[in-house]
Design a protein around this ligand. Structure first.
Ligand code: 5AD
Ligand code: SF4
Length: 491
């Protein structure tokens, strides 16, 4: 074995969105090729990486506290390399070194390919050096220069690094040009850039050969995808059609969509391509037109309603989920009630609800005071959550007595917790466990079954539900290691 085969132990902590999960997966894969082994102890690790999120202040606090906890570990072991990567690295840059002087590396979202080299250089240097690799700010150069400084990081994949062997994220675009006034993403992830369709299709073929059955296409505004290749313009509908051909891929979903770019051809593609799941994540963000305008979302509630009508008319069994921000600058009680009305009207499958968090450098921070008290934000957040939960539970109840087709992912969260509590293995216990998977409309389904069913498709009879989960029993499942034949088994 060469020296390079012994680069020591790597600890990585990831917060934030699916894009960050994918970035971490890819960085870990690259470092494993360099001879690193994963550990779950940040204190013992030789290299510690934090993949960070800046969308809300809370996520940043978590990272600064985690960094604080490593101060003494670094003092005791000065050769330990500590790196901050991702959105916070791009946004805070030198501020990270001044708030946490024991950090060695700051690497922005557009520079991830540099990480193995930077760690190596830090480790090899005799005197301690802090290194920074970040992209340009959105006003720090020509469009071409700024765009070029944000590189999409999509190296070849390491099958071992995926959360499950049969599911994978695939990035189809990076960045965002929508500039919603509250949001840091356009500066932390740079200008919108779509990857060439041939490259995406090739990556998906490799993944399919490795056994992946379900892919999730990622983009901050995934339905704004467009790329011209060999004289042909590909938009998301065309890309879906192209990758739909990939043998072995059974399910395709895409997140997150931007309401104004939800074109008819895309909805028709979702309707006509059987592998594409009947699920759209299209954040409304607010139910009051004045607030939407202040957020610079670029649509009104009426526009959103028209989009929802087109979705329902084209794909009647499609479920839609949303994000909302409560307590945005100047939000009145009336405005909040309009958001509650929108939740009642649109009956989302689920909603992610966030308290507004003022972000440095955004238009909202420069223009509007963050004037809604935290207690009010919290109350509005809870009201929204309760309303959404009761709607989700009512709509989930409609599935009771029906069959849903589920890709089995593995043990459910509660089964995993239970297994962690059971120190003594019980004979025969592993034969049946509570499993979970998702339906074609992205609903979480739990049922009892053999853990070996993970990665297969099962038909589940829904017997009960909560606001977040359908509870059922297996009717039939796919033959393992075989074709897609469906065998009846006793339920
Ligand atoms: N404060 C609170 N929530 C935010 N989001 C984006 N920026 C902020 C912010 N400053 C939410 C939006 C977005 C989701 C990913 O995070 O709802 O859709
Ligand atoms: Fe942020 Fe708006 Fe872009 Fe979404 S569309 S990433 S909320 S700027």
């Amino acid at each position: 074995m060469s020296d390079q085969d012994h680069n020591g132990q790597l600890y990585i902590e990831t917060v934030g969105c699916q894009m960050n999960m994918l970035d971490s997966e890819l960085v870990v894969a690259a470092l494993r090729k360099d001879g690193y082994e994963l550990t779950d102890s940040p204190k013992q690790a030789d290299t510690v990486l934090f993949n960070t999120c800046s969308v809300r202040e809370h996520a940043e606090h978590k990272i600064y506290s985690a960094l604080g906890r490593l101060k003494y570990a670094k003092r005791n072991k000065p050769q330990k390399v500590i790196g901050v990567m991702g959105c916070m690295a791009q946004k805070d840059q030198d501020l990270i070194f001044s708030r946490a002087p024991h950090v060695d590396l700051v690497v922005g979202t557009g520079q991830l390919a540099e990480i193995p080299r930077l760690i190596r250089e830090t480790r090899d240097s005799d005197s301690r050096m802090q290194q920074k690799a970040v992209s340009l700010g959105r006003r720090d150069g020509s469009v071409l220069e700024i765009t070029g400084s944000f590189q999409s990081y999509d190296p070849l994949r390491d099958p071992e690094m995926r959360p499950t062997p049969f599911q994978a994220f695939v990035r189809i675009m990076i960045g965002c040009d929508k500039f919603c006034t509250y949001c840091v993403v356009p500066s932390t992830r740079g200008p919108e850039q779509s990857r060439p369709p041939s490259q995406i299709a090739q990556e998906i073929r490799v993944l399919a050969d490795q056994g992946v059955k379900e892919i999730t296409l990622l983009g901050q505004t995934v339905n704004s995808y467009q790329h011209t290749e060999n004289g042909r313009l590909y938009r998301l509908a065309d890309l879906l059609e192209l990758i739909h051909e990939t043998e072995g891929i059974e399910r395709i979903r895409f997140v997150t969509s931007y309401p104004k770019d939800m074109t008819d051809d895309l909805l028709q593609a979702v309707r006509d391509l059987p592998k594409v799941l009947r699920y759209l994540h299209v954040p409304l963000q607010h139910g009051c037109n004045e607030v939407l305008k202040k957020m610079k979302r670029g649509y009104t509630v009426e526009d959103y309603r028209e989009m929802m009508q087109r979705i329902k008319a084209t794909i009647p069994d499609c479920s839609v989920s949303s994000d909302f921000i409560v307590g945005f600058c100047g939000e009145t009680e009336e405005a909040h009630q309009l958001t509650m009305d929108a939740v009642r009207e649109f009956r989302f499958k689920n909603s992610f609800i966030f308290k507004y968090s003022e972000r440095t450098g955004t238009k909202a921070e420069q223009r509007f005071p963050d004037d809604i008290e935290d207690s009010i934000k919290r109350r509005r957040n809870n009201e929204m959550l309760n309303l959404q939960n009761s709607i989700s539970e009512e709509d989930n109840a409609e599935f009771i007595g029906q069959q849903v087709s589920v890709l089995v992912e593995g043990p459910s969260k509660s089964a995993v917790k239970q297994a962690a509590r059971d120190t003594e293995p019980v004979a025969g216990k592993s034969l049946a466990a509570q499993l979970m998977g998702r339906s074609e409309c992205d609903r979480i389904v739990v049922f009892n079954g053999n853990p070996r069913l993970a990665g297969t498709t099962a038909q589940i009879q829904v017997d009960d539900c909560t606001g977040t989960t359908l509870i059922g029993s297996i009717l039939t499942h796919e033959v393992q290691h075989g074709s897609c034949d469906v065998l009846p088994i006793l339920s």
